[in-house]
Design a protein around this ligand. Structure first.
Ligand code: F3S
Length: 394
């Protein structure tokens, strides 16, 4: 791989131990994927922040880099394993909390913003069209490539951090025009009325698309929240890192020809939603996968006004959205009902199975998928039904 003089200096160790180590990671990655060179990035988002996933080996890796490494571009973090301010009210064990705080401390020393959200684009880290970036969270990667028109591969924790500490990433995959074109056509023959319909569609298509680039035709409208949940679902049942929606996303040009066509019908919608439902009454309800926008928080506040929550109910969002919610008065309405904000974390990366919960209701196909993987039973319900269930008298 061709390296500039500055990049060769980084690799030789002239800029310190952490930079050298990071450059070694990027060069190895570039060689595996046949990249000809590195490209400068304007933004990084690091996933793999929860101690639940990182373990002690992760803390050691981060602490080693933090000895002399420093972020060179704006770098934000994916959710951690707990609300960093209110972990006690979440019932998080003190031992886990101490380890999680060590992880956060190491990221802080590296100059990473402790934002802890999977929707960095709603919290100030919003790249522009055409920007090369290195993001890790799969739902945010799909959103950035597809909706924002920025360019990123799905980075692992170490490669995203390496991009942050060098300001570079190998030029391959979704950084190149030829890999951003559709590989399959999806004819949407049913009306998509709710966010959860988009989530189910993403889950259905993700399974068929694998690592491909689906092109959706027949979608009449799509709000930010619809695309947010579609991105997450596509990247959870499959490995979709980019998609197009005709008339909606910026790189969706005229309908491509000669591709395999799959349909998404009313029946597919109903069957997908039903397959994501287990039996039983939920003892835990959580929405905000990916993290809620302010509009979603406003809707939840409207549904909870004057009501009392009777089951553990988490609303996951970034600290920035929570701050806006405070100012708008939504937080008071929500907290008065007994529901809890879960900032910095989510129902999947927090160790909720260790808190004794068995059945989780959520309005996200992605969350349902991973919660099942974590050994929990799930109900995949629309937002209104989740809120209604949270307030239902037993
Ligand atoms: Fe975000 Fe957690 Fe879902 S990180 S996308 S809320 S699984």
């Amino acid at each position: 791989m061709l390296l500039t003089t500055a990049e060769q200096h980084m690799l030789s160790g002239r800029e310190g131990h952490a930079t050298k180590k990071c450059m070694e990671i990027l060069v190895a990655l570039g060689e595996i994927y046949g990249a000809k060179r590195l490209v400068k990035v304007s933004s990084v988002q690091v996933s793999g922040v929860s101690y639940k996933n990182l373990g002690d080996a992760g803390i050691e890796f981060l602490s080693d880099l933090a000895k002399d490494g420093r972020a060179r571009v704006r770098t934000t973090l994916n959710p951690a394993g707990m609300d960093l301010a209110n972990w006690r009210t979440q019932g998080i064990d003190e031992g886990f909390a101490n380890k999680q705080l060590q992880v956060i401390d190491a990221f802080g020393k590296l100059g990473v913003e402790i934002s802890c959200t999977c929707t960095p684009y709603l919290a100030g880290n919003e790249p522009s069209f055409g920007d090369h970036i290195a993001w890790g969270e799969s739902s945010a990667v799909a959103y950035a490539n597809s909706v924002l028109g920025a360019r990123t591969n799905r980075e692992g924790g170490p490669s995203a951090l390496a991009a942050s500490l060098t300001g570079r990433t190998p030029l391959y995959g979704f950084h190149l025009d030829e890999n951003r074109v559709p590989t399959m056509l999806v004819d949407v023959t049913t009306a998509l009325k709710t966010m959860e319909d988009y989530s189910a569609m993403g889950y259905f298509v993700g399974k068929k698309a694998g690592n491909g680039v689906p092109y959706f035709r027949g979608v009449k409208r799509a709000a930010l929240e619809d695309l947010k949940t579609l991105s997450a679902a596509l990247a959870s049942s499959g490995g979709v890192a980019m998609y197009h929606v005709e008339g909606v996303t910026p790189e969706a040009n005229a309908s491509p020809r000669g591709l395999d066509v799959c349909q998404f019908s009313r029946r597919d919608l109903a069957e997908t939603a039903s397959a994501l439902n287990d039996e039983g009454s939920p003892d835990f309800i959580s929405v905000g996968c990916p993290h809620c926008s302010l509009k979603e928080v406003a809707t939840i506040a409207g549904l909870l006004r004057g009501r009392s929550v009777r089951r553990e109910f988490w609303i996951c969002c970034s600290r920035k959205v929570k701050l806006l919610s405070d100012r708008k008065g939504f937080t008071k309405t929500i907290e008065d009902s007994g529901a809890k904000f879960a900032c910095d974390t989510c129902m999947v990366v927090a160790p909720i199975e260790d808190l004794g919960f068995k059945i989780v209701a959520t309005n996200s196909a992605k969350a349902a998928h991973y919660l099942r993987n974590n050994g929990l039973r799930v109900r995949f319900w629309p937002l209104e039904k989740c809120v209604k269930e949270a307030t239902r008298t037993a």
